[in-house]
Design a protein around this ligand. Structure first.
Ligand code: 13P
Ligand code: SF4
Length: 352
């Protein structure tokens, strides 16, 4: 639907009033009505880097989800304030690993005698607490665009990796990019005593995968791939690495949201594509490339409901408040958490 012209005008006026004082970041899964006001759009890696590269902006308005705004706060200067237009924009995957659960997991690994050989690698989609745990134990953060390099780095530091919290990105990267076998991976279930694993299983594993997943990407199945291949002969199937392993194995291309956009930009006219990621992005791509056939991988729609919480009314409210000198919905990570989380994030930013 077209955006409300009155709200569009108000957003424009508030942004103009703020000038260089405000910098608006927009993740690719954001609604069109919000994306039109982003100074920069990107995948989670690009947005983390761009937030850190804007020292002159007093306010960073993050149109994305909570863990992204936290990371921006960690990476920006103390005089910069990060605002999330709706505090309810969380991420169900990030919520699947709490600080208590991860501390308990580390105790389990310690008892099994494997903790000293294990390097934590945490997906960006995690709370600042989990990033701090990762930094404290010599690990790194990764995103879907650098997971391969992060794992290669981690296996240069230790024999095993504890991958948090997305089991699919961990498994897909280990198997597809590092040539490991599925048997090298075990799944740690935080809801079972000892993670549901024996000490022997932990000793034999190379990848200890946390039992987390994205419910948006989890909806794509092998049936979605078979169905679209039958409907559109010659279709290229392009999916995000948060999809299940069997879906990724059946796809033709796999990568982050930024990779998906670049791949379609470079695709020849007349080619057909089925995309396995969030729907706002897929619809925007279909509109941007009328010369290509671009469809959603599944027959049912699936938005990320928390990404969608950031809508134009929330953005207008945040911008107008800032323009009046009133900082609303500030995201602030405490100093100690920030210190260790920053170590882990900086290891990521330094990856070759
Ligand atoms: P990207 O880093 O590929 O943008 O992914 C972020 C995300 O939340 C995917 O669900
Ligand atoms: Fe979290 Fe999935 Fe939404 Fe990404 S798409 S923000 S992983 S719930």
């Amino acid at each position: 639907a077209a955006s409300d012209p009155d709200l569009v005008e108000r957003a424009r006026a508030a942004k103009a009033k703020l000038g260089d004082k405000v910098f608006v970041l927009g993740h690719h899964y954001q609604r069109d009505e919000v994306i039109q006001f982003a100074d920069v759009t990107g995948d989670s890696f690009k947005l983390a880097r761009d937030a850190a590269a804007r020292p002159q902006a007093e306010y960073i308005v993050f149109c994305g989800v909570h863990f992204m705004a936290e990371s921006a706060d960690i990476l920006t200067g103390d005089d910069q304030q990060v605002v999330l237009p709706d505090l309810a924009a969380g991420c169900s995957m990030a919520d699947m690993a709490t600080a208590e659960q991860v501390a308990e997991c580390w105790d389990v690994l310690t008892e099994a005698g494997v903790a000293q050989d294990t390097v934590p690698v945490s997906y960006m989609n995690s709370s600042a607490d989990i990033k701090a745990f990762t930094g404290r134990h010599g690990g790194t953060i990764c995103t879907s665009s650098n997971a391969k390099r992060a794992l290669e780095w981690a296996f240069g530091q230790g024999e095993k990796v504890l991958f948090l919290p997305d089991q699919h990105l961990g498994r897909n990267t280990a198997v597809r990019d590092l040539g490991m076998s599925l048997d090298d991976c075990v799944v740690y279930n935080p809801h079972k005593p000892g993670g549901g694993l024996t000490a022997e299983q932990l000793r034999n594993a190379r990848m200890i995968l946390w039992r987390g997943h994205c419910s948006v990407h989890g909806r794509f199945g092998l049936d979605s791939v078979a169905d679209v291949r039958e409907r559109i002969p010659g279709v290229n199937v392009l999916v995000h690495p948060e999809c299940k392993h069997e879906v990724v194995a059946a796809a033709d291309y796999v990568g982050s949201t930024e990779y998906i956009i670049k791949t379609l930009d470079a695709a020849p006219a007349g080619s057909a594509w089925a995309i396995g990621t969030e729907l706002n992005l897929v619809r925007r791509l279909a509109n941007a490339h009328p010369d290509k056939q671009i469809v959603f991988l599944d027959r049912t729609v699936c938005f990320c409901s928390t990404m969608n919480r950031i809508d134009l009314p929330h953005l207008v409210w945040a911008l107008e408040s800032l323009a009046e000198g009133n900082v609303v919905n500030r995201i602030r990570v405490d100093e100690e958490t920030e210190h260790f989380a920053k170590l882990a994030l900086e290891r990521m930013l330094a990856l070759p």
